[in-house]
Ligand binder design. Structure first.
Ligand code: AKB
Length: 309
């Protein structure tokens, strides 16, 4: 069967790169990118879409005979704390719209991104396992916990094949992140290659789980290709890439840029980071679909610098 893929949030950090990879995999004509605004220089099918608008979403699904949705539109952790009610409304409404249109129009698969933000201060910090009691500190995290429950509900109640990953912070050279707690790990490279000092909004020792863009995209595509009977987690899979502190990343970048400097000015995002894991146990992803990250701190740093230069 020839798939027709719709992506929401296609202009975002992950969405932009995922759209290109899906175009490579399925063919440009089989991928429909959507977002609030068109992206300059984008080539392929694009539709303007506010995914809170069910009628518009459904009309696009029908117009292109969509068979799968990758639902990436969301407000992230740090921005979400500035407008908590709007964040809840947008993150939940768009997900429910995607699930409903997929159920009603009989789509065969949906991808839903969750996050390490589902964990709260109660969870063990190191090698945080899949099945913790989820007590998140942010509205974004709350929306992802609720979202995980909704996708599990649509699978068990309606048989809708929704699959999900709990992404760590995503680091890539292709795009800039927008409004997350892990954004510093991308911003720091842009300062380093332009020989500018970096002001970090987290403390030197704030260790967080991260993943390189190439691994994040591969994890997404591998999960979506896995035979249905192998998927045992119907909420969202923990996945790990690497884990490091701002100081460790700084020292790694300094190997290439010995004059690079950093100062630490922790703000409200440090309080969010304090409630997130240091590292993630992804043994279910390893067992069910052979997940294995390729990039560690050193190889990610090399690749970022090479590609940004
Ligand atoms: C954020 O920092 O909000 C995101 C995430 C970890 O989900 N990058």
């Amino acid at each position: 069967m020839q798939e027709k893929i719709l992506i929401t949030g296609a202009g975002g950090q992950l969405g932009s790169v995922l759209t290109m990879k899906l175009q490579e995999k399925f063919g440009v004509d089989h991928v429909i990118a959507t977002d609030l605004y068109p992206k300059v220089g984008f080539s392929g099918h694009f539709e303007t879409l506010d995914a809170t608008d069910y009628q518009k979403l459904e009309s696009i699904v029908i117009k292109y005979s969509i068979t799968q949705i990758y639902h990436l539109a969301a407000i992230l952790s740090a921005n979400g704390e500035k407008t908590p009610v709007k964040t809840w409304d947008l993150n939940m409404k768009t997900l429910i719209n995607v699930l409903e249109v997929s159920r009603i129009q009989g789509l065969n698969k949906v991808f839903y991104p969750s996050s390490i933000a589902v964990f709260g201060a109660n969870a063990p910090k190191d090698n945080t396992s899949q099945d913790q009691f989820l007590l998140p500190s942010t509205v974004y995290g709350m929306s992802k916990v609720a979202g995980e429950n909704w996708v599990n509900y649509y699978y068990t109640k309606y048989g809708l094949d929704v699959r999900s990953l709990r992404y760590p912070g995503v680091i890539g050279y292709e795009t800039l992140p927008g409004g997350g707690t892990t954004d510093y790990a991308v911003d720091i490279f842009h300062k380093a290659i332009h020989n500018k000092p970096f002001q970090c909004f987290l403390s030197a020792s704030a260790q967080l789980p991260m993943i390189y863009m190439e691994d994040a995209i591969r994890a997404t595509l591998e999960l979506m290709e896995t035979p249905k009977q192998n998927i045992t987690i119907r909420s969202s899979y923990n996945i790990a890439g690497m884990s490091f502190t701002p100081n460790q990343l700084f020292l790694m970048i300094r190997k290439t840029y010995p004059k690079f400097t950093i100062t630490y000015h922790p703000d409200f995002r440090q309080e969010i980071a304090d409630t997130w894991p240091n590292s993630i146990d992804d043994s279910f992803a390893v067992r069910d679909w052979s997940w294995s990250p390729k990039y560690d701190l050193e190889s990610m740093t090399e690749s970022m610098i090479k590609n940004l230069k």
